[in-house]
Design a protein around this ligand. Structure first.
Ligand code: SF4
Length: 699
């Protein structure tokens, strides 16, 4: 039996994995007591071991011959990949190769993949699917606080808060054990959920236990401006806190004047009385007014917009005006989604970052990392393109002609997926590592079968910035390799100037040294400390340092230690409604599935409950459109169309429809989503698309 953590979301629930003793048999899973999950698991966690023994597991590399993927041996597969990459590099330069990673990769893999791209391949073209996930929250956090750590405090700090506002987050469905941390708000009626749908999280506010605000999609920013304006007009701002801990106060206050509540109601559709009640609930819970504490938390609903960074900034401004960040029992935070979305952006998977959460454009950071890697700083590539722009550049003149995909399934998860997938199809070489033939792997020229979560050792950084050890619990099937082994072998074949260790402990020790002095300083962490059971939060600059559960208690990570208030303004969604496209589509997750569904769609107990794409709409809207429950419906946008089964609910706005994003092919909602991106974070506007619905007659 091995204590480890769930392979899915950023809550990283603790569990024990017990192999049966028979090779190929599914291990058993038992939840463990841990501060984030308190002995609970959701359905995905309980069934996570089934993915290890899924019948369609790949156990040998595949190579495309005569348009068919056929089994081959590792030497043939890696030789072909290395030879093709070397030829492309000789003919078109190192920028002709691109790498795309995933937020589920361990810290060791995230670090090593960034190093592999920039040294073994010498390309700047690396990014990861966290760009679609938390990048706006990361940019907003850095802009205000000088540092982005999803939650800059332990999750258990939420427990005693009187009020929490969740903006665009549905943890009761996406990470159910999280709900235990809302206990304080449930007693005091201080839970405020901002969502155009009455989600399971919004339903927690019923019976007077809080407030559900249901704004028009794309107007969260205006709602946050309205809440902040009320604080100013009703004298609820914590002025002493702002004077001591923030800058930009006068500019922010001046910018608030335009956002009187009636105007906010007109834009968002949220009644003035509810906006006032929410602002007063938050203020009453704040330390300045003698409350037990309040939190402002954002999720993908607020962040996945072409103006997501500004929306997060508005949320941070609200929290600062309430005097919350940097105090025990109060604060602002982002609820990270992917298991290691946080670690991925700290160790160099993003186009603009080096390990330690350093900027790749910073000469001092480049010199430090180059020294740790043993290379000339001048040989280190500069920033690459963020994910959407990277995919748009594939197989264009001067753009990458090969891509390596590790830990991601972009053929399901990309916005405007048909257009961007076309780019993948035009490449000279697509290499995908996965444990099954995912939708992206099915397009590849070479597929490399790799180990999964419980079959290898590595670390993850959860939504609190806490480092966790995912220890190997079971033997992998014969024929698969770890990604660290793949990169080690490939680097040698490519003639890399430095070696790439396949050993996660060795890689971690180097990662720790590379991060030293950066904002995400892991230099005091080690696998050994984790095995000893220490609770370790970054930054941790020395082996005897206890780590930093709360990062902003004394100062923010800005040059003068003060948080920065940035005035932000309303911006409509990129996709405008028209008489032909009169509805807003929002997307999200269901309890049973995770991300592109590549794992959870293979678990019968989960797939049986949610087997196919559905579109949720209000019965009155359905009646107007002649759509009945269970009908097949086509959803059309400016990009394309997808299909889904109609589900009717009164818990959604009349002008809004919802689809989950876990399904491929005709059910892929990303066939209609918008690839317009936030100019600061590069986040695509996955959360708002103008659509029309049409019943498919005869279906
Ligand atoms: Fe916990 Fe998330 Fe895994 Fe569910 S998916 S068991 S909430 S870590």
């Amino acid at each position: 039996m091995t204590a480890t953590h769930c392979p899915y979301c950023a809550l990283q629930c603790a569990m024990e994995v017990a192999p049966t003793g028979t090779r190929g048999a599914t291990p058993t899973i038992t939840p463990l007591e841990f501060p984030t999950n308190r002995g609970r698991l959701c359905q995905k966690g309980w069934t996570a071991a089934e993915v290890l023994t899924t019948p369609d597991r790949l156990t040998s590399p595949l190579i495309r011959r005569d348009d068919e993927l056929v089994p081959t041996d590792w030497d043939t597969a890696l030789s072909f990949v290395a030879d093709t990459l070397l030829r492309l590099r000789a003919d078109h330069g190192p920028e002709s190769v691109a790498v795309f990673g995933g937020g589920g990769l361990t810290n060791e893999k995230a670090y090593q993949l960034g190093r592999f791209a920039r040294v073994a391949l010498a390309t700047p073209n690396i990014d990861y699917n966290g760009r679609f996930c938390m990048s706006s929250a990361a940019a907003g956090g850095r802009r205000a606080f000088g540092l982005d750590r999803g939650l800059p405090f332990p999750l258990t700090d939420l427990d005693g808060a009187d009020a929490i506002v969740l903006v665009g987050s549905n943890p009761a469905e996406t990470m159910p054990p999280f709900v235990t941390h809302l206990a304080g708000t449930q007693e005091g009626g201080g839970l405020i959920v901002v969502d155009p749908r009455r989600t399971p999280t919004a339903a927690l506010t019923s019976d007077g236990r809080g407030l559900h605000l249901s704004p028009l999609p794309g107007t969260d920013l205006v709602l946050l401006l309205g809440l902040t304006q009320i604080l100013w007009t009703e004298g609820l701002v914590d002025r002493d806190y702002l004077a001591e801990r923030a800058s930009g106060v006068d500019e922010l206050r001046a910018s608030m004047a335009a956002w009187w509540p009636e105007r906010v109601e007109r834009v968002t559709g949220v009644p003035v009385a509810d906006i006032r009640r929410a602002a007063r609930l938050l203020a009453a819970a704040s330390p300045a007014r003698g409350g037990r504490g309040a939190y402002v938390l954002t999720g993908r609903g607020a962040e996945q917009h072409a103006h997501g960074t500004d929306t997060v900034t508005a949320a941070v401004n609200l929290a600062l005006c309430l005097g919350l960040p940097g105090r025990v029992g109060s604060g602002y935070g982002c609820l990270t989604g992917q298991g290691n979305g946080q670690g991925g952006r700290e160790h160099g998977l993003k186009a603009d970052q080096l390990p330690g959460y350093r900027s790749i454009s910073d000469p001092a950071a480049r010199a430090h990392v180059a020294e740790v890697w043993g290379i000339d700083p001048d040989s280190l590539p500069g920033p690459g393109l963020p994910a959407v722009a990277l995919f748009e550049s594939l197989a264009t003149p001067g753009g990458p002609r090969a891509m390596l995909v590790h830990g991601a399934n972009p053929v399901v998860s990309l916005p405007d997926v048909l257009r961007l997938t076309e780019r993948l199809g035009a490449l000279d070489l697509l290499v995908v590592s996965d444990f099954v033939l995912s939708e992206t792997a099915a397009m590849a020229d070479v597929v490399l079968p790799v180990t999964q979560w419980a079959e290898e050792t590595g670390t993850m950084t959860n939504l609190e910035g806490r480092l966790l050890l995912r220890a190997q619990a079971t033997e992998p099937p014969v024929g698969v390799r770890t990604e660290l082994e793949v990169w080690s072998d490939l680097a040698e074949r490519l003639g890399s100037p430095i070696p790439f260790s396949p050993d996660p402990a060795v890689v971690f020790d180097e990662l720790a040294r590379a991060s030293a002095g950066g904002v995400a300083d892991y230099s005091g962490f080690s696998h050994a400390r984790l095995r000893d059971g220490e609770a370790l939060y970054w930054p941790c600059p020395a082996p005897d340092h206890p780590g930093t559960p709360r990062v902003f208690l004394d100062r923010f990570a800005t040059p003068d230690g003060r948080a920065v208030l940035h005035p932000v303004d309303q911006a409509p969604p990129d996709d405008a409604l028209t008489p032909e496209l009169p509805l807003y589509l929002v997307t999200g997750r269901v309890l049973q599935h995770y991300q592109s569904g590549a794992q959870t769609r293979r678990v019968p107990a989960l797939a049986d409950v949610e087997p196919e794409a559905y579109v949720e709409l209000h019965p009155l809207l359905a009646g107007r459109l002649g759509i009945g429950a269970g009908d097949r419906v086509a959803v059309h946008s400016r990009r394309g169309s997808c299909e889904a089964v109609a589900r009717l609910t009164e818990g959604i706005r009349l002008d809004t429809v919802f689809m989950p994003f876990h399904y491929p092919d005709a059910g892929a909602v990303n066939r209609v989503t918008n690839a317009a991106t936030d100019p600061i974070s590069g986040m695509p506007e996955l959360k708002v698309a103008a659509v029309r619905l049409e019943a498919i007659r005869g279906a």
